[in-house]
Design a protein around this ligand. Sequence first.
Ligand code: PMP
Ligand code: GLN
Length: 389
Amino acid sequence: MARGLNSRLQGLGTTIFAEMSALATRLGAINLGQGFPDTDGPAEVLEGAVAAIRGGHNQYPPGPGIPELRAAVTEHRRHWYDLDYDPDSEILVTAGATEAIAAALLALVEPGDEVIALEPYYDSYVACIAMAQGVRVPVTLRPPDFALDVDALRRAVTPRSRLILLNSPHNPTGAVLSRSELEAVAQVAREHDLLVVTDEVYEHLTYDAAEHVPIASLPGMRERTVSISSAGKTFSVTGWKIGWVMGTPELVTAVRTAKQFLTYVSGGPFQHAIATALRLPDSYFAALRTDLQKKRDLLAEGLAGLGFEVYPPSGTYFITVDIRSVGADDGMAFCRELPHQCGVVAIPHIVFYDDEEAGRPLVRFTFCKRDEVLTEAIGRLRTAPWARR
Ligand code: PMP
Ligand code: GLN
């Protein structure tokens, strides 16, 4: 029991990302744990932030975000998905998707309301549902393809259900919900009058034939959906923490009511740079996907060569493996041992599950690193005692 910590937050401890990144730094290990690229985003975007600082954009930006960024979010959403949002009343800029998720849950959930979420859950969901005094109800995605079990989703609905918290492309599994899976979610939401909060931060990171479909684009969903995205992944600037919320004026006003007392505003100069970034030509987004898809293949092949059962992802920058294929079974112990064994850090899935059996043997590696780093990591993993040589 952590002394002084309230009962809502008991057991949440330190995030796995902080723990594993600290371990990587301490041991000089290659960090394939926390998902952040080791190269910078596009030069014109970086220069945009420098220019904004030099240009004097260094005081509080307006509460909803600077008008240029809200206009760029609107244009981006229309260009890629043919969805229209009014920049003045239907867009809110946040301190990353993290704040958007927190503000949405704090704004929309009453104590005791049930929040249906895909398990494994991104770690901040558990904490934010707890802070909102909601009750999380998992719908578990299972290997090999981590597809949505629509019957399980239907069984998860009760009279206390308030909202479905969706994440696609999905961290940590890399699954991208198909149009028919999303239609099933939409049908459940409409039938039971549920809200949907959808985390789409990996919207541009989809591979092969996978296509990101925003659930707000399905019939009857725009008016019940709070859509969330952010700049970190799309423009390789995870430290900038510029995110945004899109929805009806009522829903966005609700989220803003909570958001204004969390940070009020943030990232003034970076907002200017992201307005530029969202207007980059399609070729930028295509090159990002091609580049990451090659990295996915490089790491997936390397991991398979070591003897792992690999579940190649259709999106995000994470690969999941089942460690039972190399004679282990406890992902947490495996990940704590790995940097000592061979100087590589990975993330155990188990921290993202209520169903510990489901998460126990799964481990996540990120591939958003330079090719030579991925190759070096595979070489190091090959020296581990369990590796097939
Ligand atoms: N949602 C998911 C699924 C994520 O993986 C992340 C972090 N990478 C976030 C939200 C947080 O995004 P941000 O850094 O914009 O706060
Ligand atoms: N989203 C990143 C990941 O899943 C980490 C973000 C964080 O450290 N909170 O690796």
